[in-house]
Design a protein around this ligand. Structure first.
Ligand code: 5AD
Ligand code: SF4
Length: 434
């Protein structure tokens, strides 16, 4: 090996960023960088950033402020910004933060090693192109190390939907699907290295079209891989839940009974203003159809309160929709203006009203989460064990329904066991091996 440099990556935002951070670390492995979990020990620090809401982007700037101090004592330390803030504000970051050596957008990670060569020559490097070439085809081959039981695999990137609140079509570009053959090859390799559960990722994962049979076709092929016990996918748009995918939920044993299906609002007026291109009614019908295929499926969702134009009656419609669905778990946010998106220019809802609605919504969602967890007590579920729990002798993992579950037993990571659920706490379940 060469001089053995150290790379620290801090990942913000969604699971796609988690996957990208892994791939960037592997790419930098070709330049003799190994990962460290200590920034003060690193030769290079990469912030893999998120631009989805104002707060997420602000965090990056305050983190950069802190890093300035690190760099004072160590002029050789290289600092890079990757991810969606890099894509949205790359040139601006270079201009305003001279301590940043490198800015790389999400579509250019395969160029990272060459960019780091430029840094070694004392240059600064910026790349926020949307290159023609497929970054995944040009990224470093994945190393052969043993892996944790659960892995992410990005199959699709970008978005053509243009919801009026969202930066993703601008930061991640147009929808692109990876060819099925490459995904299957990567999945086989993951399974050979100990992976038993794969979560397929995409900003619009169910719009995947790299397989003749769409996402359902890909899932059926992946289900044929020996040793791959569980398949999940996220995040989906309601309008892309086609018949084949709905049928797969009833037919593919490895496809887990949990689906993240964001709706954002329960008011047709707001949904229209958001450019969602579906109604509350069509979403509820879709939920019914999926439940008909897989009665025990748990749904999760995303909600935005205080979108421009939302009034109390619209908010009540959201509460009604939540009551009709009974979610297992949800994410909810106050609308946050994102420069360059259509809704940013519209008259805004008062901050206090947003805060009040968020509180009411989260209280209802919290009740539903508790109810869905409590309903598991006494049931027998599959659990894929991943790592020791916080208490001595405890082992933790995820249930088929994606609940965190822990048992008081000595089980090896990667074991898939049947567990009887005996208790429910704030964000996890406890149980006994059967
Ligand atoms: N403000 C608040 N929440 C947002 N989301 C996306 N854009 C915004 C925004 N401008 C939420 C949506 C989406 C999730 C990933 O983040 O609910 O589904
Ligand atoms: Fe954040 Fe969206 Fe980028 Fe993921 S894709 S990091 S959620 S802005």
């Amino acid at each position: 090996m060469g001089q053995g440099k150290k790379l620290f990556i801090k990942t913000y935002g969604c699971q796609m960023n988690v996957y990208d951070s892994e791939r960037m670390a592997e790419a930098m492995g070709t330049r003799d960088y190994a990962l460290t979990d200590r920034p003060d020990d690193a030769d290079m620090i990469l912030l893999n950033t998120c631009h989805i809401r104002e707060k997420a982007a602000e965090k990056v700037y305050s983190e950069l402020g802190r890093m300035k101090a690190l760099k004072v004592g160590r002029p050789d330390l290289k600092i890079g910004v990757a991810g969606c803030v890099a894509q949205a504000e790359g040139a601006e970051i270079m201009r305003r933060a001279p301590m940043v050596d490198l800015v790389v957008g999400p579509q250019s990670y395969h160029r990272l090693p060459a960019m780091s060569d430029a840094l070694a020559r004392g240059e600064r490097a910026l790349d926020t192109d949307f290159p023609e070439e497929d970054k995944f085809a040009h990224l470093a081959a994945r190393p052969k190390a043993q892996r944790a039981p659960s892995a992410f695999l990005t199959v699709q990137e970008g978005c053509d939907k243009f919801c009026a609140f969202c930066v993703v079509p601008y930061t991640r570009g147009a929808e692109v699907s990876r060819p099925a053959a490459r995904i299957i090859e990567e999945a086989r390799d993951l399974v050979e290295r100990g992976v038993r559960e794969i979560t397929l990722l995409g900003q619009n994962v169910n719009a995947y079209h790299g397989h003749d049979g769409g996402l359902a076709g890909l899932i059926r092929d992946l289900a044929g891989i020996d040793g791959l016990a569980r398949i999940r996918y996220t995040t989906s748009h309601p309008n892309d839940m086609d018949d084949a995918l709905i049928a797969a939920h009833g037919e593919v044993e490895q496809l887990m009974p949990y689906l993240h299906l964001p709706v954002q609002s329960g008011s047709d007026k707001v949904l229209k203003a958001m450019n969602r291109k579906h109604t509350a009614e069509s979403y509820l019908r879709l939920i019914e159809r999926i439940r008909a295929m897989r009665p025990d499926i748990l749904f999760s969702g995303d909600f935005i309160v205080g979108f421009p134009g939302e009034d109390e009656a619209d908010f009540d419609a959201t509460m009604d929709l939540v009551r009709a669905v009974h979610y297992g778990q949800c994410y909810s946010f106050k609308y946050s203006t994102r420069p360059g998106t259509p809704a940013a220019e519209r008259p805004q809802v008062d901050e206090d009203a947003k805060a009040d609605r968020l509180k009411r919504l989260q209280s209802l969602l919290g009740e539903q989460q508790r109810a869905s967890q409590d309903a598991m007590i006494g049931r027998e579920v599959g659990v894929l064990f991943e790592k020791p729990g916080r208490r001595a002798g405890q082992m933790g993992g995820k249930s088929d329904h994606l609940h965190a579950v822990h048992v008081q037993a000595d089980v090896a990571p990667g074991t898939l066991s049947r567990v009887r659920i005996t208790g429910s706490a704030a964000n996890s379940l406890s149980g006994e091996l059967i």
